[in-house]
Design a protein around this ligand. Structure first.
Ligand SMILES: *Cc1c(COP(=O)(O)O)cnc(C)c1O
Length: 354
């Protein structure tokens, strides 16, 4: 497939000269900063956040480059992955003309980001085993289809897409393929980040919101070719990642031991939940998970959902999603939380007449 990024990027985006923020215009040894209209007398609380953050997130990107084995110029840091998804769509898709392709059931934000930008959405449902029907996906693309979104491990189904499916889609498509790896750290599959140099049309999304445990900080990552990353950086809001977020993410990266410990505990609890859930009469199917949640088909999803909610336990009712009829998506909790969940389902079963 002939891939030409320059042809793919919208003309108006190509014409943009990047906004030059105060802090990125000078070079040399600065000591007194009277360039950005910050308050020299400081905030009412603390003072570590009185200055604008580094718009290039250089320190964080350099550390991420070490950790992931890519160049820091191949990394975009965003205010959550959601910002990367939105910027990718705005970079490549012309409102009212272009479209994206998604493979439902999948993460809802691709569609929302497309809709807010007046971008059409084509969809090819996953197969019954939740893999990608590559031929059908490729055949359903049009010259206006600029991005195919694949999610692996997929939300809400929990499985990794077969890596050959992903590679065939990338190789067979002349637009961008985004592989959303929000849950990759829980999976045995390798990240597609190592394939970036083989595929100029590949974008990999990761996040600090899941295995890194920092959802409240809002840090999402996009890994891609230097040319595409440079374009995302050009159009992002200059200070899109806060100082606090950059600092805490750096600290987190230094505690890989604790990160891996939490992943191990999550997987152990996932196995525990799977083996316990299987014994309930109301549980009809437990889908295999490579993530920190489990998709479960039950006899009455809405009934169980509401019963759990009455007992102050909230899970996700996915029963309206394609291929997910009567399915709940349950996040793996702590040992105590999972035990309470199981006790509550047991109570539900004894109080429900079949
Ligand atoms: C949770 C999740 C994300 C994370 O989004 P953030 O904006 O980084 O918090 C991305 N993709 C998928 C599929 C998710 O489930």
């Amino acid at each position: 497939m002939a891939f030409d990024l320059d042809k793919l990027i919208r003309e108006n985006i190509k014409r943009i000269v990047p906004y030059s923020s105060a802090r990125s215009e000078y070079s040399g040894e600065a000591r007194i900063f009277l360039d950005a209209n910050e308050n020299a007398f400081g905030p009412p609380v603390g003072s570590e956040f009185s200055r604008y953050p580094d718009p290039n997130q250089s320190e964080l990107k350099n550390r991420l480059a070490e950790v992931t084995g890519v160049r820091s110029s191949q990394i975009f840091v965003g205010n959550g992955s959601d910002e990367a998804i939105d910027l990718l769509i705005r970079t490549l898709c012309r409102p009212g003309i272009d479209e994206i392709m998604i493979c439902p059931p999948t993460y809802g934000m691709y569609e929302i980001a497309a809709a807010t930008n007046d971008i059409g959405v084509r969809s090819v449902t996953l197969t019954s085993s939740f893999s990608v029907d590559v031929e059908t996906v490729l055949a359903a693309t049009t010259p206006q289809t600029k991005i195919v979104f694949l999610c692996s491990p997929n939300n809400p189904t929990g499985n990794c897409l077969p890596s050959q499916n992903i590679l065939d889609t990338i190789a067979g498509f002349d637009g961008i393929v985004v592989v959303d790896e929000a849950y990759i750290h829980y999976a045995d599959e390798l990240s597609m980040v190592s394939r970036l140099d083989d595929y100029p049309n590949l974008v990999v999304l990761q996040t600090f919101s899941k295995a890194w445990g920092l959802a409240g900080l809002r840090i999402g990552l996009a890994f891609a070719s230097e040319a595409l990353i440079a374009t995302l950086n050009k159009i992002k809001p200059p200070y899109n990642v806060s100082q606090a977020a950059q600092e805490i993410a750096l600290k987190a990266l230094d505690r890989r031991d604790l990160f891996e410990q939490a992943i191990a505990r999550t997987k152990e609890q996932r196995r525990f939940l799977e083996s316990a859930l299987v014994r309930f009469r109301c549980v009809e199917k437990i889908y295999p998970s490579d993530a920190n949640f489990i998709l479960v088909r039950v006899s009455d999803a809405t009934g169980l959902y509401e019963y759990l909610l009455k007992n102050c336990i909230v899970v996700r009712d996915r029963s309206r999603a394609r291929l997910c009829e009567q399915c709940l998506r349950i996040t793996v909790g702590t040992e105590e939380e999972n035990k309470e969940l199981l006790l509550t389902i047991e109570k539900y079963e004894t109080s429900t007449v079949y």
